[in-house]
Each structure stands twice: as structure tokens, then as C-alpha cells.
Design a protein around this ligand. Structure first.
Ligand SMILES: [Zn+2]
Length: 388
């Protein structure tokens, strides 16, 4: 499906972004996703994937394109401290080397953005997606905001960026970071902030100044699944992207919106992500097809690893593998070793879903609120697989 090139950014040193064995966030899930992606490529597919496996930490100058000087110095100091320190007031601890580890992830996403701009095509940067960090603070397991810095790099070269975030948590760091910026369209599907961290992302938060009308928040109640994601995406993404005409689409593809995630209660499935991703690729192709796909949250190893490897295949334009295809033995053995749990045997499990309260009435109410907040109207609900 994708016409241009496909590049993966994965430096094994991204694993150094590590809050310790008892913390829910780990880049190890992303590593196992990359390994699964790579080990299931056919020889022909293998020749169509480029890799960047060596990424040096971003410089302070790069970090300062989004973060405050005082905060960057604070992280640098905390990084070399022997004292246990928290970088935010909650659950983002400092650890030895946290400055370099965070700056390396920033550099990966920034490189991905520059590569997509210069060469076109899709760049997959699964270590990135740390969307909560603000200019002067860490937040929600995010030390530096790699996606915001990537977007800043695109703006520097006069590009218009559509940022699409389907992590269960609202991407507050990115949205507020560009709240007044008319060059960034921000579309964020997330679990309703009244029920989940960070509590932001109300429909009425639409941007200010030049950014007014360009921040689009789609809060979903717990237990909402593909039916909402896909119906809203088919209805809203085409007019929003057509109206904005982005030069680059940056996707935060957090997998904590996957059903069964222990930290959030949305219920998207791998098939839902497939269709969402295909729609996004199709739309982006109308504006040059430059896409950067990052990872993000996701707290269940068996879901994140497989679903994110699948996301890689989608954006690479490779055929979706059958749900029942067996996963490689070596990958499964390493998974069991690393996570201390039996590895999944095949690509997709039958989902165990709770009853969703989503329906036509709720959708109309959300779209009506959105229309009022944005001062524009959207088409009526469109059918499935709308190839338009
Ligand atoms: Zn999240």
C-alpha cells in the first residue's frame, strides 16, 4: 500500500530508558515488537526495509527546541545523582543515565522526522511517543517529549504537521506544546480524562490564536472499542486532513488502548488498528505519504509486542499475516525468558471484551459537541471500509 521507502529506527541502547524492574513502562516491549517484525519478514520484504540502528543522544540545543533550560539542567543533574529522585511529582523516577537515555529516544524520533521529510516514505520509530512531557516537566513516564521535538524539527523546515494520537492517555504535552500553533493539527483519541490520567483532552480544548480549531479531542468512555475508533476516524479524519493538507503525519500509536491493558480501559483490537492504520496511510498518501509512526504506552507484553509488530507491517505496506500463524520459536523462548510469562503462540488472540456503551446516540452527541467547539460541521456517519 505504501509507495515510498520504509525505515525502522531501533538502537538497542533505547533499552537504557529504564525505570527499573517494578515500573510498568519498559522499552523491552518495543524491542520485542521490533524483533518480531524483523524475524517474520519474508526475504523479499527484508530488502524493502531500511534500518537505523545507531542513534546518538540529542544535543542540549535540540532538547531546547521544546524544553526549558532549567528543566534540561535538572534532568542532567538528576541523571548523575546517586540519590533516588522523582522527575515529576508522581511516577517518573530519575535513574542513572536518564539524561542520555531520554535524549537518545528524542534523537531517534527527530531523525525519523528529518528522514521522512528529506526522503519521503514512512519511518517507524517505536521507542518514541513520550507524549506527556511538558516544556518544564516530566510527566507520566515521559522525561523528554520526543514527538514534540520531532514536530518542532518539522516546523523549522516550514512543514505543516498533523499529529494523530491513539494512546489511551491524552497527549497533553504535545497538544499544549503547540496549542497556539496554526502549523500543527492535533487529533487525539483517548480515554475520557475524567476516568484516566492526565485528565485533559476535553472536546472544548480546541486551541488558541493561530491554533484555534486545530486541536481535536475525542474522549471515549471506558470499555469503548473499535466501533468508536473506526466510526469516528472514517467520519472525521478525511475532512480534517483534507482541510489542513499536512506535509507530514506523525502518529503516536500507543498500545495501552489495546483491550486488556492493565493501566487503561479502552478496548481496541489488532483488527481495529489495522483498519485505522490503513485509513491513515490512504489519507496521508494524498499529501505526499510522509509518515512517522512512534510507539508510546502499552503495559501488557503479549499485546504490545504483537500489535506493534503488526503496525510495522501495516505501515510498511506488507500483507497482514493470518491471525493463526505461529510466531517464531526463538522469539517465543526469548519472550518467556525476558518477561517470565508464557509467550503467545500466534499473532492474534480472540478478544475478551466488556460491553461497550458506545452507540449512534453517543457518537452523535460527541460529534455535535465537537462541531460546536470547532465551529465547523462534519459529514454524517459513513459506512465501513469507505474507500474514498
Ligand atoms: Zn498511555
Amino acid at each position: 500500500m505504501t509507495q515510498g521507502s520504509f525505515t525502522v529506527v531501533w538502537d538497542p541502547r533505547f533499552l537504557e530508558y529504564d525505570f527499573g524492574p517494578d515500573h510498568p513502562f519498559t522499552e523491552a516491549f518495543h524491542e520485542f515488537a521490533v524483533r518480531l517484525f524483523e524475524s517474520t519478514l519474508t526475504p523479499a520484504e527484508r530488502t524493502r526495509v531500511d534500518w537505523n540502528r545507531t542513534v546518538e543522544p540529542a544535543t542540549s540545543a535540540t532538547l531546547l527546541t521544546f524544553h526549558d533550560e532549567g528543566y534540561v539542567s535538572f534532568v542532567r543533574t538528576a541523571s548523575s545523582s546517586r540519590m533516588p529522585l522523582l522527575l515529576d511529582s508522581l511516577d517518573t523516577p530519575a535513574f542513572p543515565g536518564c539524561f542520555e537515555a531520554s535524549a537518545r529516544i528524542v534523537a531517534g524520533t527527530e531523525w525519523a522526522v528529518r528522514r521522512a521529510i528529506e526522503q519521503g516514505g514512512v519511518v517507524f520509530a517505536p521507542a518514541g511517543g513520550l507524549h506527556h512531557a511538558g516544556p518544564g516537566r516530566a510527566s507520566g513516564f515521559c522525561v523528554f517529549n520526543d514527538v514534540a521535538i520531532g514536530i518542532a524539527a518539522a516546523l523549522e523546515s516550514h512543514r505543516r504537521v498533523a499529529y494523530v494520537d491513539i494512546d489511551a492517555h491524552h497527549g497533553d504535552g504535545v497538544m499544549y506544546g503547540f496549542y497556539q500553533d496554526g502549523r500543527v493539527l492535533d487529533i487525539d483519541f483517548h480515554q475520557d480524562g475524567r476516568t484516566l490520567f492526565p485528565g485533559t483532552g476535553r472536546v472544548t480544548e480546541v486551541g488558541e490564536g493561530d491554533g484555534a480549531g486545530l486541536k481535536v479531542n475525542l474522549p471515549l468512555l471506558p470499555d469503548t472499542g473499535d466501533e468508536a475508533l473506526l466510526s469516528l476516524a472514517r467520519r472525521l479524519l478525511p475532512p480534517l486532513l483534507e482541510g489542513f493538507r499536512p506535509d507530514l503525519v506523525v502518529v503516536q500509536h500507543g498500545l495501552d488502548s489495546h483491550w486488556g491493558d492493565p493501566l487503561a480501559q479502552l478496548q481496541f483490537t489488532p483488527h481495529g488498528y489495522d483498519e485505522f492504520d490503513r485509513l491513515l496511510i490512504r489519507l496521508a498518501s494524498r499529501f505526499g505519504g510522509r509518515i512517522v509512526v512512534t510507539g508510546g504506552g502499552g503495559y501488557l507484553a503479549r499485546s504490545v509486542t504483537r500489535a506493534l509488530a503488526r503496525v510495522g507491517r501495516q505501515f510498511a505496506g506488507f500483507e497482514t499475516l493470518p491471525d493463526q500463524d505461529l510466531l517464531p520459536d526463538l522469539w517465543r523462548a526469548d519472550f518467556a525468558d525476558r518477561f517470565g510469562k508464557p509467550a503467545p503462540t500466534h499473532w492474534v488472540d480472540s478478544p475478551h471484551l466488556r460491553v461497550s456503551s458506545w452507540g449512534a446516540e453517543r457518537e452523535e452527541r460527541l460529534v455535535a459537541e465537537l462541531e460546536k467547539a470547532l465551529g465547523r460541521s462534519f459529514p454524517v456517519s459513513v459506512g465501513s471500509e469507505a474507500e474514498r
